[in-house]
Design a protein around this ligand. Structure first.
Ligand code: NAP
Length: 282
């Protein structure tokens, strides 16, 4: 089974559009902040704006030069934080040079933190009181829901332990009501293949091209490929699709899997942020 992230992402976007069409007087705005001119980051930001606008959201793109100082960047975030017409703030990562991402994220009010990366939103997730959750692991959970993949009583393995993907994915799979038994693996894990092979649900977020092969995958497992690497052969996921698709029960393609879901969940988070700020009542 191909787990079609593109299709589910379009369904989410259309559902948001339908909902916003019923409240024509409400304008919800997503602001992105892009520092420098990294082509991949520009591409991602462009995609987020296109999808936001297609869903009926407004968007504002702040582009700053690569030599922007820490103070200037933090000042820009403060301005957006105070702007009542802006409901979501996303700082495109990674930041260039010496800019300190943690100090920048700390300036985003938690209720406008549509990437779910501030300490408050991370803390809420850990405490089982989630509000705004990081978009990529949320996207995987939406795919699990959309394809009615059983999680309770199942074994899940997450490869990668970053705050952006791996750790929140671990928490979302382990939370009450989802109830998977979750292992988190990383670059120091011994015998990764044996660990991965225990998984009914395998989420790969390492950024190491085609590192997951058939020998890592339990027959029938659901495999979610999050990693994105730019190689001489083009964009490559963490999963060797050709071999893994022969043993997996379900697999996300790359592209067209977790990437579009990340953007769709950013739109969902922006709508939720507007609700948290009282701008949207329903
Ligand atoms: P990151 O901060 O570099 O974290 C990578 C994690 O993977 C680390 O925990 C690392 O272990 C682990 N790892 C790396 N190589 C490994 C290996 N060979 N075996 C086992 N574990 C390994 O990256 P990230 O921000 O989490 O992103 C992960 C990947 O997802 C990247 O390719 C990124 O581009 C992609 N991504 C995709 C989307 C999407 O929408 N599809 C969104 C965000 C990110 P250590 O902790 O031991 O170093």
């Amino acid at each position: 089974m191909i787990i079609d992230g593109k299709k589910v992402a379009i369904e989410i976007r259309n559902a948001i559009k339908a909902r916003l069409d019923q409240t024509p007087n409400v304008n919800i705005t997503l602001a992105t902040v892009l520092v420098g001119d990294d082509p991949a980051s520009k591409l991602y930001v462009g995609m987020k704006h296109r999808e936001a606008n297609a869903a009926g959201l407004r968007s504002k793109n702040i582009e700053l030069p690569a030599d922007t100082s820490q103070a200037q960047l933090e000042q820009q975030i403060e301005t957006l934080a105070k702007d009542d017409s802006v409901h979501g703030i996303l700082v495109q990562l990674p930041l260039p040079g010496e800019l300190d991402k943690d100090r920048v994220l700390a300036r985003i009010p938690p209720e406008k933190d549509v990437d779910g990366l501030t300490d408050v939103n991370m803390g809420r997730l850990v405490q089982g009181q989630k509000q705004l959750v990081p978009c990529t692991p949320l996207g995987v959970m939406r795919l699990i829901d959309a394809y009615k993949i059983e999680t309770s009583g199942k074994t899940a393995v997450v490869v990668g332990r970053s705050a952006l993907v791996g750790l929140p994915q671990f928490l979302l799979l382990a939370e009450r009501g989802v109830d998977a038994t979750v292992t988190i693996a990383h670059s120091r894990s011994p015998d990764l293949a044996a660990t991965c092979k225990t998984a009914d649900i395998l989420v790969c977020a390492a950024g190491s091209p085609a590192m997951i092969t058939a020998e890592h995958v339990k027959p029938g497992a659901m495999v979610f490929d999050v990693g994105v690497s730019r190689t001489d052969q083009g964009i490559q996921g963490d999963v060797d699709f050709a071999s893994v698709s022969k043993v997996a029960g379900g697999i996300t393609p790359m592209p067209g899997g977790t990437g579009p879901m990340t953007v769709a969940c950013l739109l969902e988070n922006t709508v939720l942020a507007a609700r948290l700020q009282g701008a949207l009542k329903v």
